[in-house]
Design a protein around this ligand. Structure first.
Ligand SMILES: [Zn+2]
Length: 188
């Protein structure tokens, strides 16, 4: 079954990520998440009662059972992954070819770019077309991939169907001391 996931991550990718326990406590207190469920041996959370006010749906809002009042199959659930010691690259089957933010050069060889980044996440590269020095993390990934050491994953959100509300972003910012970005991945 296809998975559609909205992902939130501290920005920039090398910002010090918040403590997992503290983030969890804040998201619980603010009712973004509620009770736990186990999926493939990992701890996930049902959306809390304030979930629909912290995520802004751009079209029709789907029916999402919140506050732990769920029956049977539930497509919307949340997990917090990290912080990990090293940053990771996350992408899915919806990946779009990234472009240089300066000249728009198309990185058809993005896999080689990501492999080089994995080997040296803090190194810079030189754009083959315009010669600007930049990090692979600065390419225009068009909200279909991202980098980081900690990710909040919200399953059941389709690409560009919903965005984090300003309230959620400021909540995350205040508990981490850094800005946050979001992107969407899909596993077919
Ligand atoms: Zn360029």
């Amino acid at each position: 079954m296809a998975e559609n996931i909205l992902i939130l991550a501290p920005a920039p990718f090398d910002a010090t990520p918040p403590d997992h326990g503290m983030l969890l406590k804040t998201l619980r207190e603010r009712r973004f998440i509620a009770d736990t469920l186990e999926i493939n041996g990992a701890l996930h959370y049902h959306p809390g009662e304030a979930f629909m006010t912290l995520i802004t749906f751009l079209g029709c809002s789907p029916m999402i059972a919140t506050g732990g009042k769920h029956n049977g199959e539930q497509s919307c659930h949340i997990a917090i992954e990290g912080p990990s010691a090293e940053p990771h690259f996350l992408a899915g089957d919806n990946l779009k070819i990234p472009r240089c933010p300066y000249c728009g050069h198309r990185y058809d060889d993005w896999q080689a770019v990501v492999n080089a980044w994995r080997a040296a996440p803090y190194a810079k590269m030189t754009c083959a077309e315009c010669g600007e020095t930049l990090s692979a993390t600065q390419l225009r990934w068009r909200k279909c991939a991202g980098f980081g050491r900690l990710f909040i994953k919200v399953w059941g959100i389709f690409e560009s169907e919903a965005v984090p509300s300003p309230n959620l972003l400021s909540l995350l910012e205040s508990c981490s001391g850094t800005e946050w970005q979001h992107f969407y991945i899909r596993h077919n």
